[in-house]
Design a protein around this ligand. Sequence first.
Ligand SMILES: NC(=O)c1ccc[n+]([C@@H]2O[C@H](COP(=O)([O-])OP(=O)(O)OC[C@H]3O[C@@H](n4cnc5c(N)ncnc54)[C@H](O)[C@@H]3O)[C@@H](O)[C@H]2O)c1
Ligand SMILES: [Fe+2]
Length: 397
Amino acid sequence: MSVLNLPRHIYIESGIINKLGEFVKAHKGNRVFIIMDSFLASSPIDLDKRVEGILAKENLNISFFSDYAGEPTTDHVKAAVERLNSFNGDCVIAIGGGSAIDIAKAVSLFGKDPEIKWDEIRSRPCLNRFPLLAVPTTAGTGSEATSIMVITETETSFKMNPSHPDLIPDAAILDPELTVSLPSHFTAYTGMDALTHAMEAYVSNRATPMTDFFALEAIRIVGRALPKVYQNGSDVESRKDMILGSCYAGIAFTNASTNLVHAAGRPLGARFHIPHGLSIALLLPFVMKFGLESAKERYADVSIALGEDPSLNKDELAKRSIEIIEEFNNQFRIWEDGKKFINPEQLMEAIPTLVTDALSGNGILTNRKVPKDHDIAVIFNLLAERLSVSSLNHSLQ
Ligand SMILES: NC(=O)c1ccc[n+]([C@@H]2O[C@H](COP(=O)([O-])OP(=O)(O)OC[C@H]3O[C@@H](n4cnc5c(N)ncnc54)[C@H](O)[C@@H]3O)[C@@H](O)[C@H]2O)c1
Ligand SMILES: [Fe+2]
């Protein structure tokens, strides 16, 4: 049986944030708890003040949780739930990147059901949570449309990724204007994350005709728009394409799974404190090489969706898909940025732990060619070599 889980409402329009109050009322919210990171909630962006003004028009009671930065941890969730409780919130809104949306998913759940444990989430038949609205400001994780939340356990630095269809936000509110302020490097990281979600969903062995539909369309849209928004962040039409493509990619992967890029990217990101999308972009070409033979036809389709000439033969097309991703990584300075976070020697030393952590998360059995520990070690090795070569080239320039 195939099933497609989706948010109940997906809205998209430039400036649609101005209707946030109406959406809250439609979801019966009255005391609104808003998760927004400290960067967005301070000068010069001051998105909190703008949202306050919008919601004041509907006479809603609001409280912000903005005392955090970076990707979410269990400590952030705990602090936010305490604040929600003291405020007596009855509706949770995330305004931000995947980090804000994932904290909001956890808060909407633990705020309503304080007894539930992290490791029980997946197996519960249904979840009891507060209404949840997601307004992404990156494009992106697609978290506004997904059933997963990625939260790092503070004590162990392990990235947990519990999921449940009931964690899909009730409404995804896509306003491309909110993404215009995203700097070019985060535009590239988050855009490569979206592209990877769509590609991993398309080559997943859990792909269905429904997820293929969203995955291929996401690859087409993001492949076209990402170079444009990287060059010119104020191009609102392309920003609109990106936020739509990223949402489609979220729909595709949440219903078909991500695979080895994400399974390996989570521990890599946690160990070296790398922004999620960057860790994903760094691994993508090596994981594609590993899986190419097992999904040649599918990688050929990816190439065509990325604009390659469909008259080429399947082998050439499949190979071109990796070259196109390499070209994106060069164009978006992914290797240079990777070197800012990863010392290749330390990466080599960390490989045994990274492999164990990669195998313990999800995204392993859904690969068409299921990786063994040795295969994952080779992928990390290739990345370390690549970063050393890039360092060498850099120091010779
Ligand atoms: N739940 C899911 O489905 C899912 C999928 C993929 C990734 N993730 C998780 O999401 C997190 C990453 O989310 P992300 O990549 O969206 O980044 P993010 O939310 O961590 O934001 C990255 C940075 O960009 C800034 N920022 C965000 N929007 C901005 C804007 N419009 N203008 C200027 N700056 C802006 C933030 O302040 C932050 O400094 C990771 O924890 C990752 O594991 C979740
Ligand atoms: Fe991702």
